[in-house]
Design a protein around this ligand. Sequence first.
Ligand SMILES: NC(=O)c1ccc[n+]([C@@H]2O[C@H](COP(=O)([O-])OP(=O)(O)OC[C@H]3O[C@@H](n4cnc5c(N)ncnc54)[C@H](OP(=O)(O)O)[C@@H]3O)[C@@H](O)[C@H]2O)c1
Length: 344
Amino acid sequence: MGFKVAVVGATGNVGREMLGILAEREFPADEVVPLASRRSQGVELSFGNSLLKCKALENCDFSDVDICLMSAGSAVSKEWSPKIAAAGAVVIDNSSCWRYDSDVPLIVPEVNADAVTGFRKKGIIANPNCSTAQLVVALKPLHDKARIRRVVVATYQSVSGAGKDAMDELFSQTRAVYVTDPIEPKTFPKRIAFNLIPHIDVFMEDGFTKEEWKMTAETKKILDPKIKVVATCVRVPVFIGHSEAVNIEFETPITAEEARDILRNAPGCLVIDKHEAGGYVTPYEAVGEDATFISRVREDPTVENGLVLWCVSDNLRKGAALNAVQIAECLINRKLIEAKKKAA
Ligand SMILES: NC(=O)c1ccc[n+]([C@@H]2O[C@H](COP(=O)([O-])OP(=O)(O)OC[C@H]3O[C@@H](n4cnc5c(N)ncnc54)[C@H](OP(=O)(O)O)[C@@H]3O)[C@@H](O)[C@H]2O)c1
């Protein structure tokens, strides 16, 4: 007997990817229920070789649902995750609503899978921000080897990280440039076509943006509270795939060659690092892939025990949908949950 899985936000960028990944990985589900707002009731969504009809979230009875993958934003999660958890389903949430709650584990399975047992307190598990997920996958094996003191990271984040409306905006603005139509920014604060914007999420009192703050707070919670992280987050006119330039300072020495060897053997990492034109990964090549790609590993001559690297990942997969499905698999593989129908 398999599990009953609900996907909330199934019509969105992340939700559609979740349905694809559940089918691709042959997740042990007897039933998958796609849910979204009332607007999407009846919309047909691909699930492997079949089509599923989307239902409205408020009409769903969660009493026989085992796992709920949520990706409908913070407001929906705040209202619905506790109700769904109270009905007995484990909620794996993609929004930032629960990430900093000490009773909710924030999980990247390659990094802190053991912390998943903490789900019992609230019945909710949080998925990190897309930029944090790929960063910690790359940092973890290096931290294990040489203890990271400080990370300086600049991100180059694709528009899909801001939802499906943001992707439409990049498309329509790009078209408008070619046909000389006027450009009116809606989702983004400035024009994104043929431009980039050093501002993601809201500004905070200290001048950092919330996205930058998230990378610091989440890396500490997932990997090690002692690691200092400072980020500059930038939106770029790329549809899918986040890239990061990462400067890392370690407590003990580590060479670029050692780092490459460690990363080659690390879960979730793929090293492509040839010192020649094209010998590195760009976001376009990461689309549809599960790995966090690492390129351009160098020793930093300006600090003691420093490395610099470039990392790229599909933000809709490792940054959201894939990570959520991996968390669900982790619960099942570790026998932390069992299907309600079987239990009954
Ligand atoms: N994109 C990423 O890289 C990424 C990474 C990590 C985390 N996340 C997080 O994942 C969540 C979803 O992101 P996304 O990029 O998939 O956004 P999106 O493409 O804009 O999709 C939003 C989804 O939420 C649904 N929704 C909105 N209001 C709802 C309501 N009142 N009740 C039920 N469903 C509702 C929408 O349904 P309708 O189609 O019916 O409106 C849609 O399915 C956000 O919290 C985001 O921060 C995204």
